[in-house]
Design a protein around this ligand. Structure first.
Ligand SMILES: [Zn+2]
Length: 433
């Protein structure tokens, strides 16, 4: 059920009272009131677990989290994302004919469908057959769903939760599937170029100075007009977003990513026009109006893309925004214990380590090594410093940290394949596997 229809139902049936016999006691339920077992008594209840907030720091491994801890919180401090009650490790390997190491598409497919697949696949199996996604299942079950990302809203991670395509590059197809098939109530992020045909620049100019390669290139006509016709309120800046009151929101805040990923000093920028925590708060405010519960996917993409550039300062900026978004989610979960919050990374990127300053271990010092060092960076609240050492500009197979709190978060303690996250989210959202 869409939020709109839920709201409609609430408006038109305020006086409906349901009487239910529970054991020997007659329990009278007002609309929306809670059963003793935590369900809402409307037939959609599944114990006390209803909502999932899934947060992906794209490319975020353990060293990214530790570097961010030293940067933001210092030796005795802790990040919001590392303060959740449960911690585990996930392996991320895909089932690719050539690669052993995953990309974001195969990793997100594992989360969204519970199946391993090839790199580039958006929720299709190894034979390119479409799979059932958590986003589609959540909509079918009457829950509200949402996407928040600093990447294109049609980039691999959100795409795998809400669409199916044989290759991640089909971003206009993915946008069209959002509108025609899954219809997430909240879509906030970058990537306007894929929603408009060539020659229609939209709110963000084609060929801008900070990246002349950016220009509208949609292949399905004007999808923004189509979204409006379907009842989405369309916004393009922070002010419009804060004033938006619709139950369906489409916010596109850049041509492509909401940042410029480049090596340090070569036009690199991390300054999203709407910060990740602000988008996250708006999404939660909007989705939580649906009494059937919600499923929200939040992603900070710049952790990965800055790591591909071995750009430590910008990666750390992205980690600050990500942890602020996690704090927004924690604040929500503190008031809504029926919500599972998961924070993880789809794969590690950069082969990152955190080191002391060591003149003997500088860039390229080891025979055959491809290594670049960043820093030193100050440890917060201390006179100490740390160095970031990158061993690659690609992804690695290092397992990634999973932290979680809320219903069934105890099932995320341990060491497991990334498909396990799908199973736990499925159980929380739908009460069965
Ligand atoms: Zn990457």
């Amino acid at each position: 059920m869409s939020i709109s229809r839920s709201a409609h139902a609430r408006r038109t049936s305020p006086a409906v009272v349901t009487a239910t016999l529970v054991g020997s006691a007659l329990v009278v339920l007002l609309p929306g009131s809670a059963m003793a077992d935590g369900s809402n008594g409307n037939g959609h209840g599944n114990g006390s677990a209803r909502n999932v907030i899934f947060i992906n720091g794209d490319g975020m491994g353990a060293a990214h989290r530790e570097a961010a801890r030293l940067d933001q919180a210092g030796l005795d401090g802790q990040l919001a994302m590392n303060s959740l009650s449960a911690t585990g490790l996930q392996t991320t390997d895909p089932r690719d004919p050539k690669a052993t190491i995953t990309d974001s598409a195969a990793a997100a497919t594992a989360w969204a469908t519970g199946q391993k697949t090839y790199n580039g696949a958006i929720s299709v199996d190894v034979d390119a057959k479409p799979l059932l996604t958590l986003g589609a299942e959540a909509e079918k079950a009457g829950k509200a769903t949402g996407i928040v990302t600093t990447a294109q809203v049609t980039d691999a991670t959100p795409a795998a939760f809400f669409s199916t395509t044989p290759t991640r590059s089909l971003q206009s197809d993915i946008a069209q599937q959002y509108l025609q098939d899954t219809q997430p109530e909240v879509i906030l992020g970058g990537g306007e170029d894929w929603w408009l045909p060539a020659g229609t620049p939209g709110a963000f100019a084609d060929n801008p100075a900070d990246d002349p390669s950016e220009a509208s290139k949609g292949t399905h006509g004007d999808l923004i007009s189509q979204a409006r016709a379907q009842g989405y309120q369309y916004v393009t800046d922070a002010d419009q977003l804060s004033r938006a009151r619709g139950d369906r929101l489409l916010g596109l805040f850049s041509n492509e990513e909401m940042f410029q990923q480049r090596p340090e000093g070569e036009g690199d920028e991390y300054d999203p026009v709407v910060p990740l925590p602000v988008m996250t708060k708006k999404a939660l405010d909007t989705l939580s109006r649906d009494r059937d519960g919600f499923f929200l996917v939040v992603e900070e993409e710049a952790v990965d893309e800055m790591s591909h550039e071995d750009n430590g300062p910008r990666m750390l900026e992205a980690m600050r925004a990500l942890d602020d978004a996690v704090q927004v989610a924690r604040d929500y979960v503190a008031k809504h214990p029926d919500t599972l919050l998961i924070v993880t990374g789809d794969h590690e990127c950069g082969g990152l380590t955190v080191e002391d300053i060591d003149a003997a271990d500088e860039s390229g010092s080891a025979p055959g090594a491809i290594s670049s060092e960043d820093g030193p960076f100050p440890v917060a609240g201390s006179s100490k410093q740390f160095v970031l050492d990158w061993t690659t500009t690609g992804h690695t197979g290092a397992p990634t940290v999973v932290t979680a709190e809320g219903p069934r978060s105890d099932e995320l303690v341990g060491y497991y394949p990334n498909t396990h996250l799908h199973d736990v989210m499925h159980e929380v959202l739908f009460g069965r596997r």
